[in-house]
Each structure stands twice: as C-alpha cells, then as structure tokens.
Write a protein that binds this ligand. Structure first.
Ligand SMILES: [Zn+2]
Length: 201
C-alpha cells in the first residue's frame, strides 16, 4: 500500500534487491479522485530523472498497480480505510483492519485522531523533534505523542524524521518512554510483531 508520499515510493526502486524475482508486487494507492495526482502519476514522477535514475516503466520488478477511488476497500479480506490528510497536493492516512494506522506527511488534525481511535499501533510522522516547530504541512514529535495519547493507541511508532534530524537526537527520544506511553523508535529494515499489548522485535 503506497501512501502518496514521494519518499515512500523511492523505496520501491530498491525493493528489487530484497524480493526474489518470483514475487509479484501489488501496489495499492489513491487515485486522483482522492488526491491531486494518483498512484501511477506519483510513481512515474518520483522515479524519473533527475530525481531517480530508473523510471518505474523500466523496472525489472513484477509490479501491478491498483488505483483506488474509495476511502474503504479490501485487500485479501483485510479491511483498509483511507482518510485525506492536510498536505500540499494531498496525502492519505491509512487504517488497516482497525489495528494499525499510518499517518505521514500531514499537518496535525483532530479528524485524524478520531480516525485512529483505539488502534493498537499508530505510525505517525514526526518531521521535527522540536515540540514548538510548526511546519505548514507536517507534524512534529509532540503532535505524534498527542495523537497517540488521544487516540489511546497501545504503541506509537514515530517515523518520517527529517534528513536534518541527528541520529543521536532520535535515540534521545527514548527518554520519553514510560509505562503509560509505549512507543518505539523503528530501525530501518527491521520486522516488528504486535502481540496484542506490545511490539516485539
Ligand atoms: Zn511532505
């Protein structure tokens, strides 16, 4: 499932090295009925020069695209819901089986908190680690904490840190971990499992 965040699509271009060739990759994403430019346009745009060297049309990956027109749909019996976020050009938040919610590239918004109410795992962008920094279309770490607390999610995974953020400052977020506020700092390429209460590595 691809959210219309260009940074997320870039990951596609090196998935080829991770997946075996026999896997078909099915990409689901919003159409231009939901956001300004749909999934296909976003993939083509971000994988073209000068941003990236291999356009999606030349990839050796076995890809299939599904542009979604509705805010609710199913993938293999798994219930998916979308919500439009506040971001230039549009972006969507995703809820999977009412268990996992993923917000990225968005200004904080009370509707998102309602949408995420009682999910087990909330993945939330935190472009800035400065509690007071207010970007036009992005959230900071305080916004992520606030959303997780209000939505009563069991685990928060902050993500989408700015490239200007120092690794030491990200690790320093551990000081906010406490019994009543469960969150983890994700590591690239690591798998996590939710056991009903907490996230395990
Ligand atoms: Zn953005």
């Amino acid at each position: 499932m691809i959210q219309k965040g260009f940074s997320l699509i870039i990951g596609l271009t090196y998935l080829g090295g991770i997946f075996e060739k026999e896997y078909k990759i099915k990409l689901y994403g919003p159409s231009d009925k939901i956001i300004d430019k749909g999934l296909m346009h976003s993939c083509q745009y971000v994988t073209s020069a000068p941003i990236f060297a291999t356009p999606i049309s030349k990839t050796t990956l076995d890809l299939e695209f599904f542009e979604i027109d509705d805010y609710k749909f199913e993938i293999n019996g798994i219930d998916i819901k979308l919500i439009r976020q506040e971001h230039k050009g549009g972006s969507v938040g995703i809820k999977i089986d009412n268990q996992i919610c993923f917000f990225t590239d968005t200004k904080p918004n009370a509707n998102l908190i309602d949408f995420a109410m009682n999910v087990n795992v909330l993945i939330h962008e935190a472009s800035s680690l400065d509690f007071n920094e207010k970007a036009q279309y992005h959230s900071n770490i305080y916004d992520a904490f606030y959303a997780a607390k209000k939505a009563q999610s069991k685990v928060l995974i902050p993500t989408h840190f700015s490239h200007l953020t120092k690794e030491a400052d990200i690790q320093n977020l551990k000081k906010y971990q406490s019994i009543d506020f469960n969150f983890i700092i994700p590591n690239e390429g690591e798998n996590y499992y939710f056991d009903g209460q907490q996230l395990l590595q």
